[in-house]
Design a protein around this ligand. Sequence first.
Ligand SMILES: Nc1ncnc2c1ncn2[C@@H]1O[C@H](COP(=O)(O)OP(=O)(O)OP(=O)(O)O)[C@@H](O)[C@H]1O
Ligand SMILES: [Mg+2]
Length: 269
Amino acid sequence: MSSYDLTYDGAHLNKENAVLEVRNIKKSFGGLVAADDVSLDVESGTITGIIGPNGAGKSTLFNLISGFYEPDAGSVVVNGTEVTGRQPNQIVQEGLLRTFQTPRRLESMTVREAMLTGAQSQLGESIPQLFLSGSDVTEQERENLHRASELLDFFEIDHLANEPTTSLSGGQMKLLALARALMAEPDVLLLDEPVAGINPVLVNEIASFIRELNEEQGYTFFIIEHDIDFLMELAEDVIVLNRGRVLLEGNPRTVQSDERVIEAYLGGA
Ligand SMILES: Nc1ncnc2c1ncn2[C@@H]1O[C@H](COP(=O)(O)OP(=O)(O)OP(=O)(O)O)[C@@H](O)[C@H]1O
Ligand SMILES: [Mg+2]
């Protein structure tokens, strides 16, 4: 089959205040169309999920939105500002930041250093003075230090602050990635498989951290995740991507039982 029914069941959500608007985004790699005219909105204050089989184009879409890939066509608007073609750190300044499916290597850094350099590189600032002088701490650096310890505390990894990042477990690395992303205080956070490969207890903990950040601090989340139960629990809106295209969108329960989604996962589409 060469085409899909495009069903925008976004009607269950009244999207009047989109923090992210993607319009007709396209990206090809040689003959492969990884993003094929993708349009979607992420409503401010929501947790929106995105699912789809391996290779559907989910990470590519996040790369296009966050400035790591340049689209062949289409546009990305964050908080009302068009950011298409801008660098990732410029897009962070407009309020959008993403995490990676495979954790970035932070070798030779302690957890606290990773937090601080995270804030700097995400915001496109220079190397922290803290590591150069050791004594002459500016106001900004003091704030960053304070925020780093608050976030490590929130994610319950403050006891690891002085540990080298190389000593962390996979689950602890996922927590650090989240904490580090929040250093930049983005309005919308794109998480690429935040609970892949970690134990069910920590999956639940991460779900409650995300819920708390959303409900009590107003962060908007756009989350790629294969763990459908995790999204059922958290998301009020789920977008299904298949072969670079939006297959449908709707509330998690409707989406989960939709024949087209089942077919796509079985590879029968
Ligand atoms: N930089 C690249 N160069 C060439 N091909 C790429 C590149 N990035 C992605 N692709 C291709 O685009 C397609 C979509 O890949 P993508 O990583 O976006 O899928 P995904 O939905 O995130 O899959 P998964 O669930 O396995 O993470 C794949 O066929 C992939 O090989
Ligand atoms: Mg991926």
